[in-house]
Write a protein that binds this ligand. Structure first.
Ligand SMILES: [Zn+2]
Length: 170
């Protein structure tokens, strides 16, 4: 089987500023609590806010407290600054993952020959899949997109260490 070396695209190497981190924060939903002597008419109970408390005197409602449940209404309060005190809470959502590597990079897309059908194919077009060969579970990253044979060529992927050396950065 023909052997090919697939190099890292030097221009694609990026140093990750969050290298080593195992958590990523996602933009969470915003809610806000509010307090106001009088509420603007666009505060609609159970539509964009929940009014929890108020006092009533001589038939006039005042001193409202509650929660804003619409991000649009929070935005409106931030921009228009009505006479409403709001305090915004972020729901802190995050995911835990394997540590972010020091570098991210892409490999060159090179042309190789399939050792089964002989067609010229690009490494980016190779498919990956799992197989069961009757005895063992088996994984191939080098499935020919033309004839469907697994391990259709022998690829050696450059390591980031070697690529950095080649780039003169290490
Ligand atoms: Zn093939």
């Amino acid at each position: 089987m023909e052997k090919y070396q697939v190099n890292i695209k030097l221009s694609s190497i990026k140093k990750n500023k969050d290298a080593g981190q195992t958590t990523t924060f996602l933009p969470g939903r915003k809610t806000a609590s509010f307090e106001a002597y009088q509420l603007p008419e666009y505060f609609k109970h159970e539509d964009n806010c929940i009014i929890n408390e108020w006092t009533e005197m001589d038939g006039i409602k005042k001193d409202f407290k509650g929660v804003i449940i619409s991000e649009d209404l929070i935005q409106k309060c931030i921009e228009e600054k009505p006479n409403v005190n709001i305090s915004v809470d972020f729901e802190r959502q995050y995911i835990i993952h394997a540590p972010i590597p020091e570098y991210s990079y892409d490999y060159e897309n090179i042309k190789v020959n399939c050792s089964y059908c002989g067609k010229k194919i690009f490494t980016k077009d190779l498919k990956a899949d799992e197989f069961w060969d009757g005895e063992n579970e088996y994984y191939s990253n080098e499935i020919c997109p033309e004839c469907g044979e697994s391990d259709c060529c022998d690829l050696i992927y450059e390591t980031i260490k070697d690529a950095l050396k080649r780039a003169g950065k290490n």
